[in-house]
Design a protein around this ligand. Structure first.
Ligand code: NAI
Length: 339
């Protein structure tokens, strides 16, 4: 028997169920790590999303306050809070989409891989809960190092017999968001008009922006090509250093995660032509996981697009990215298989 979620003042369970079931069709979304730097603004953005009917906020600290706060927003989604491991199963039961920003962020001088020790265990526990309580939910995994945590999640789901490659997605949207912004700055245009595919993975050299495929079509000098690539790969570190010990990107990440979750929900309800970059089980390269453009549909990832023609600079970058990615994937897989 698990303790119930805490209810916000004035909201009875009956009324919540009635709104969640009887109101406009919507998705049931859980955020795990909802009280964190990413989790809080992400919770706010999801509460603003009309596609969400029920929003579960789970963390090991501070969810009562965050839930009370968010629940006062006069938007449609019903909000419930869940605190601590004993409430994890209630937080997950019945969810359509689970977004995971739980875990420690980087400090200056740290790589994403330095987070492995702590975050690997957190992701394992949370994914065991998903396998048990909402095995057909779509999972958006944000916790770093994404290049290893996605393989960890896959192994946990395999062990539980619930693995569906179409429903597990590592969130790399922030790399695309940054790439669009930095490229727009160089071109002197609105970032909303720019589309830069970013492939590979989500750490250092594994982040591979395909600047030869930017839309609208444009050309860069060799120097711009190189500088933009480096800036996109180090965008996270730029924020970590500016925050000087207070963490990594949270607001831009929440924006990116909300954008990605919205794309997943639009695809789940049947919208056509929803294409995003994500780190998924893939046959685009010889590696078992790779980030590239994917078409999302009613059951998650419907189609994975090939990389398309690469420039020489990008071909070199791809080889570097694959080398590091292979090790990070192996590290994640081994964490579960050798446990
Ligand atoms: P934070 O420390 O502000 O928040 C993390 C939250 O996770 C905290 O509230 C903490 O209590 C919670 N948490 C810890 N253990 C938990 C557990 N077992 N179950 C549920 N919640 C738990 O960190 P922040 O800045 O929100 O970053 C979170 C993660 O996202 C980090 O791993 C970070 O590296 C990653 N990240 C990923 C990005 C991406 O592009 N995929 C971009 C930026 C950050």
């Amino acid at each position: 028997v698990h303790p119930p979620s805490f209810q916000m003042e004035g909201s009875s369970l009956d009324r919540e169920n009635c709104r969640a079931k009887g109101g406009a069709p919507g998705f049931k979304v859980a955020i795990l790590g909802a009280a964190g730097g990413i989790g809080q603004p992400l919770a706010m953005l999801m509460k603003m999303n009309p596609l969400v009917s029920l929003l579960h906020l789970y963390d090991v600290v501070n969810t009562p306050g965050v839930t009370a706060d968010i629940s006062h927003m006069d938007t449609g989604a019903v909000v419930r809070g869940f605190l601590g491991q004993p409430q994890l199963e209630n937080a997950l039961t019945g969810m359509d989409l689970v977004i995971i920003p739980a875990g420690i962020p980087r400090k200056p001088g740290m790589t994403r891989d330095d987070l492995f020790k702590i975050n690997a265990g957190i992701v394992r526990t949370l994914c065991e809960g998903i396998a048990k309580c909402c095995p057909s939910a779509v999972v958006n995994l944000i916790s770093n190092p994404v290049n290893s945590t996605v393989p960890i999640a896959a192994e946990v789901f395999k062990k539980a017999g619930t693995y569906d490659t179409k429903r597990l997605l590592g969130v790399t949207t922030l790399d695309v968001v940054r790439a669009n912004t930095f490229v727009a700055e160089v071109l002197g245009i609105d970032p909303r008009e720019v589309d830069v595919p970013v492939v590979g993975g989500h750490a250092g050299v594994t982040i591979l922006p395909l600047l030869s495929q930017v839309k609208p079509p444009c050309t860069f000098t060799a120097e711009e090509f190189s500088n933009l690539t480096t800036r996109i790969q180090n965008g996270g570190t730029e924020v970590v250093e500016a925050k000087a010990g207070a963490g990594s990107a949270t607001l831009s990440m929440a924006f990116a995660a909300a954008k990605f979750a919205d794309a997943c929900m639009r695809a789940l309800r049947g919208d056509a032509g929803v294409v995003e970059c994500a780190f998924v089980a893939s046959q685009v390269t010889e590696l078992p996981f790779f980030a590239s453009k994917v078409r999302l549909g009613r059951s998650g990832v419907d189609e994975i697009f090939p990389l398309g023609p690469l420039s020489e600079f990008e071909r070199v970058g791809l080889e570097k990215a694959k080398k590091e990615l292979k090790e990070s994937i192996h590290k994640g897989v081994s964490f579960i298989r050798n446990a």
